[in-house]
Design a protein around this ligand. Structure first.
Ligand code: UD1
Length: 420
């Protein structure tokens, strides 16, 4: 198995180009199941989760050709509606095949994703919405068996909670449904917005894009004419590099980003004392005279993203004063705390709230990555720790960060990928 070795206490400098967003690429790839033609997707990140979804599409009967940062997908040949356990267990987001498969074939079998390191993560809201659209759903031997022999029907659906992949699943199902679907309390994340926009370009009538309420006129079961597209930049990868600049108190620039998507983070970094220079497609972080503590409460977009919570916690260990971090979305998203403690951080956990006592000198240690974003917090901590930190189980990082060591090395970090 591979691990990362990071020698701490190095200043960073320079700029880093941000890749396409994993969380946008996954629903866009799932949407190819709705298409009557081949589609080229550009700015596709080379990360393990994307490879897993391509594998799932291939298992269903699609073909694809991969370029360096693009893919051409032909899902017109799909002849199976069964997403099996072997693939779904590798990546929860495989559940994104449920809505499109059911809408296209009138039946499907998709393995239940089960829990994961950050919590229970049910899919009840996905299933309830499909039932309201006329699906009959059974859970048998760990599979969702869904049937809608006469096609899904437009309905009015209120999501009890804001769910990102739940919204995406039902938006894709509604695109092929019979009649009009009204969705209320939909996620407003940029990745959901991009999915709506490509469906609109394909001729689906969608009103309310970017708001919590969508009205979607379905195609009555006909496949749609999805156009070529380019994946939006990854706001979480971008945020992680900004936090790397912040924790090392260095000046770095991230390029090829949509700064608006990062506003919740850049505002926090400014409150903490960092300078932030924004152009149309880049953000530069400038060192702080004093890094001030801050309080964070995670929430849905445009609030502070849960996917940046772990990285901010690492940063808060270097602030002057005490920071309170409230995790409101996932019940168990504090797996990084015990690893940060092993590096000398002072953090107290109570329920969904973490109190971070800042201004402590971190020390290198052997640490374990537990989930994707928790692992990036460990990289950040390692950048300022005294000595060489070894981060194990880095397959979690490879799920979502393209060319991680290459990008960090280009910024001046002393980072190596080694074999155990
Ligand atoms: C997506 C992102 C993930 C991010 C999360 C929150 C992808 C591939 N993943 O995950 O990186 O951390 O949004 O921004 O885009 N819930 C239910 N029932 C459901 C669905 C969700 O109770 O049927 C709950 C979840 O347990 C959680 C909350 O709703 O507490 C939000 O989860 P959700 O937005 O669905 O997360 P994902 O879409 O899985």
């Amino acid at each position: 198995m591979q691990y990362l070795s990071i020698k701490g206490k190095q200043k960073l400098s320079g700029s880093v180009s941000i890749s396409g967003a994993k969380n946008a690429a996954l629903p866009l790839l799932a949407a190819t199941l709705l298409s009557k033609n081949k589609i080229t997707i550009k700015n596709l990140p080379q990360v393990a989760d994307v490879a897993t979804l391509l594998k799932l599409l291939e298992n269903l009967g699609a073909t694809y050709e991969r370029g360096e940062s693009s893919v051409v997908v032909d899902a017109t040949t799909v002849n199976s509606a069964c997403a099996n356990y072997d693939i779904v267990r590798k990546m929860r987001a495989s559940i994104l095949s449920l809505g499109p498969l059911l809408a296209r074939f009138g039946h499907c079998e998709v393995s239940l994703p089960g829990g994961c390191a950050i919590g229970q993560r049910p899919i009840d809201l996905h299933l309830r919405a499909l039932e309201m659209m006329g699906a009959v759903i059974d859970i048998q031997e760990g599979y969702v068996i869904a049937k809608a022999p006469n096609g899904l029907k437009g309905a009015t659906i209120i999501f009890d909670k804001v769910t990102v992949t739940g919204s995406e699943n039902i938006i894709m199902a509604a695109a092929l449904a019979h009649g009009v679907t009204e969705l209320l309390n939909v996620a407003k994340e940029p990745e959901v917005v991009q999915l709506c926009e490509i469906l609109k370009e394909a001729g689906v009538k969608i009103d309310g894009i970017g708001t919590a309420n969508l009205t979607i006129v379905g195609s009555y079961g006909k496949l749609i004419d999805i156009q070529d597209m380019s994946v939006i930049p990854d706001r979480i990868e971008a945020g992680t590099y900004l936090c790397a600049g912040a924790i090392t108190n260095s000046q770095i620039t991230i390029t090829d980003v949509i700064p608006k998507h990062l506003e919740a983070l850049t505002l926090k970094l400014q409150q903490m004392g960092f300078g932030i220079d924004i152009t149309e497609k880049s953000i530069t972080i400038l060192p702080a005279t004093t890094i001030k503590s801050c309080d964070i409460e995670t929430s849905e977009y445009p609030g502070f993203p849960t996917d940046m919570q772990a990285q901010m916690m690492a940063l808060c260990t270097q602030a002057v004063g005490t920071s309170i971090i409230d995790e409101r979305l996932f019940e168990n998203r504090f797996m990084h705390v015990s690893e940060l403690l092993r590096m000398g951080a002072q953090i107290k956990l109570k329920g969904h709230s973490a109190t971070v006592y800042g201004g402590v000198a971190l020390k290198a240690a052997d640490v374990m990555a537990t989930d994707l974003r928790a692992s990036s917090a460990l990289i950040l901590a390692a950048l300022v720790a005294d000595g060489t930190t070894r981060i194990h189980r880095i397959y979690h990082l490879d799920r979502g960060y393209e060319n991680l060591e290459g990008k960090f090395s280009a910024l001046g970090a002393k980072i190596e990928r080694l074999e155990e």
